[in-house]
Design a protein around this ligand. Sequence first.
Ligand code: MTE
Length: 318
Amino acid sequence: MIIRRPNDILPSEITSHSVYRRRREFLKQAGALGLIAASGSELALAQSPTATKLAAKPGRYSTTDKPTAYKYVTGYNNYYEFGTDKEDPAEYAGKMKTRPWTVVVDGEVKKPRSFGIEELLKLAPIEERIYRMRCVEAWSMVIPWSGFSLSELIRRVEPTGNAKYVSFSTAADRSSMHGLGLPVLEWPYAEGLRMDEAMHPLTILSLGLYGEILPNQNGAPVRLVVPWKYGFKSAKSLVRISFTEQQPKTAWNTAAAQEYGFYSNVNPEVDHPRWSQATERRIGEDGFLSQRRKTLMFNGYAEQVAGLYKGMDLKRQF
Ligand code: MTE
């Protein structure tokens, strides 16, 4: 995104998730007993209610593509509030406090209100959605999210007839996020969807991944996931959801409108001005001989979402 190609991850041995989980469990308990100092993602996990296990059975719309190894899902991230290197979020996001946490929902709704995170965890049945995710930097992952359709929350606040768009703002806490001092984006990070995109059942609020509550680096405690759009639309650590009549400003569009449009649908036919979007690297799969994958229109979700864009020129409204 900023202005640079993703680093190559060296193919290395993949730690299976059960081994990883046992090791984290051990680290967590050792941390709680004061045997070791927890740091980074270990700390993130230690802050969480240990009993929280979320849905772990593939639900609606799940892909059959093999999920990306947990260590890449949680160790190779973009979360610029914690720095611009892919390893920074795992290293620094543990400092962010995710309890207590409140999401304000306001704007063009009949019932504006706040949701505490504990309430969100119980708002609707949590499903596992194994989604392909495609970053604008031309790499992809397959992530087993735990969450529910954003529409579950939307219908509880009853949008008015004026609600045409939804805007999302995310946490901006100077005490834990050193990235806010970097002149990369305007903070807080902001994203937006058209109302029909927000109501689409594929669009979820995610509270976890791999059957556990979200690690901080992945956007704890609650984030948006929109699998047919470039990853930057999936805003992390949400604090406000506002319904508006006008198309809202978004962080990347404000920073570089010629590179990042409002829609940002995955579209292999519209190149980023500085690189091709025709193919992608699947993180964790790359070896010396591995092939890049062809990028699919709407990231492979065309059957579900192409209808939302009928009549639009997607080369112009990218
Ligand atoms: N949300 C916030 N608040 N800050 C960010 O920097 N980066 C975006 C998106 N959401 C970002 C964010 C980008 S560029 C991508 S590709 C995805 O998060 C990465 O999400 P992941 O860590 O779950 O892979």
